[in-house]
Design a protein around this ligand. Structure first.
Ligand SMILES: [Zn+2]
Length: 462
């Protein structure tokens, strides 16, 4: 029996091209301050929202479908009023609030119940230290996922968040701004008196914030004090939670229907189309790939990125050896990313999937050697090339013709009498030197196993 309860209200930044109610491009972290703005998303007097962005509506519905929520077919936006520098209109438009059908109601994901899923607009980013306001984010589409308070351990919280983020990535709808979450924490010793930690910014911080809040609550009870229902914030530098406001001063959001937007209606066709295209998720792929008997690390690397799973599964369709492909992807892709200190997102941005598939196919068919494949991958990562053309132009096809290899081996043996002598005296390792000579001569395009085999034959003849 566990004695903690944690619930989440997760805000997901959706990766759409445009904002929710205007045509402004959705910013990236590189976008200069206040560059993707217009009268609508800065809430100028007299401005009205445009019709809701359909891509955002689709994304929220996909999440709801993934979590088996009941999908509402008729919804409307409400104005959630509050006064804060990040919201110039004085209200946030949201498909939530009292008496409103959210986009998705109920549901479940990996053992944790879902309360509701809804679409809303992101406020601007306000820096209380400097007073600066960046409106780039203002009006971006957010999906809020409210879970039931069913996390009873930090481990479950951590694992669940990992799979949650992966699911959003598999849907290809997670913006680089990621997620932020309100975290509700309560412990048995206080009779589950609920404390809310506002706006925690990453999965790591969410787990950390829950951990330090549990510790704070336990110590408070130990001292004989009461846990008050209140709202706190997480200070990630000090790794503590700090008091923000008490429940008595809870905000009254005065929800009112948004008169400037029509009722949203979606039909079965819209839902069925999305349902049809729901991806298989990481945890399902993990089970599926288990039959290839990879070590745990290889499986984790493969499923950590939907892009890699696509390449891997394409290779399976082509009946390439799953183990070889999986190991090549794990070893070589990780090697490249580590070298550049990049992450998988960077790999995806390179848009080299087709070429990677060609490269792996040619390696599997032994048209090119492993060393050549490694070198081409390095080049491909730096600059998109046509792999087949590149191999042709630079003469990189693996030398399959054994007569050529025999000739090269004989030549190498002649040029290194010392190594031959050492070998005859029992130093078998000295042959590696000869293999090296042949590989150098063929610029790494000879098959090392064949070279070894022929070398052993030829050296006997001397
Ligand atoms: Zn705008």
């Amino acid at each position: 029996m566990s004695d903690i309860k944690i619930g989440l209200e997760i805000h997901v930044h959706l990766k759409t091209k445009e904002k929710l109610f205007c045509r402004c491009a959705v910013p990236t972290s590189q976008t200069q301050m206040n560059r993707t703005i217009c009268p609508i998303c800065t809430g100028q007097p007299g401005s009205k929202p445009m019709l809701v962005n359909k891509a955002a509506l689709q994304a929220v519905t996909q999440i709801a479908l993934l979590f088996n929520s009941e999908i509402s077919k008729k919804m409307y936006f409400q104005r959630k009023h509050y006064t804060w520098p990040d919201m110039p209109t004085g209200y946030q438009r949201t498909i939530s609030g009292p008496n409103v059908q959210c986009n998705g109601m109920g549901g479940e994901f990996l053992g944790i119940g879902i309360e509701e899923i809804h679409l809303e607009e992101d406020p601007a980013a306000w820096d209380p230290q400097t007073g600066e306001i960046n409106y780039n984010r203002s009006g971006m589409a957010l999906c809020e996922v409210v879970t039931k308070p069913e996390f009873t351990s930090l481990k479950k919280l951590e694992e669940w968040l990992k799979e949650f983020i992966l699911a959003l990535k598999y849907l290809k709808i997670l913006h680089e701004f990621g997620i932020k979450s309100d975290v509700n924490v309560s412990i048995k010793e206080s009779g589950y008196s609920r404390v809310e930690i506002k706006n925690v910014s990453s999965p790591t911080n969410i787990v950390k914030a829950a951990q330090v809040e549990i510790e704070r609550q336990r110590e408070t009870v130990k001292k004989g004090d009461k846990i008050k229902q209140e709202t706190r914030r997480y200070n990630d530098e000090l790794e503590t939670t700090e008091f923000m406001r008490s429940k008595e001063n809870a905000q009254d959001y005065r929800f009112t229907p948004e008169p400037d937007l029509p009722i949203i209606e979606i039909d079965n066709e819209f839902i069925e189309e999305l349902k049809k295209n729901l991806p298989e998720l990481a945890y399902q792929k993990r089970e599926k790939y288990a039959k290839y008997k990879f070590d745990e690390e290889t499986i984790e690397v493969l499923v950590s990125n939907v892009y890699l799973t696509e390449i891997f599964e394409f290779a399976l369709e082509k009946e390439l050896n799953p183990k070889e492909v999986g190991l090549f992807l794990k070893r070589e892709i990780l090697r490249i990313l580590n070298y550049h200190t990049h992450d998988f997102e960077e790999l995806e941005k390179r848009n080299i999937k087709e070429e990677l598939i060609t490269l792996i196919t040619l390696l599997a068919k032994e048209t090119i050697s492993y060393t050549t494949a490694q070198k081409i991958l390095e080049i491909l990562y730096d600059k998109k090339i046509n792999v087949e053309e590149y191999i042709e132009k630079n003469n990189l096809k693996q030398v399959q013709d054994t007569s050529i290899i025999v000739e090269l081996v004989q030549k190498a043996l002649k040029s290194a009498p010392k190594a031959v002598e050492d070998y005859k005296e029992g130093n078998t390792k000295s042959l590696n030197f000869i293999v090296g000579l042949v590989m150098r001569e063929t610029k790494g395009t000879a098959n090392p196993q064949i070279v070894n085999k022929i070398l052993l034959e030829e050296v006997q003849k001397l």
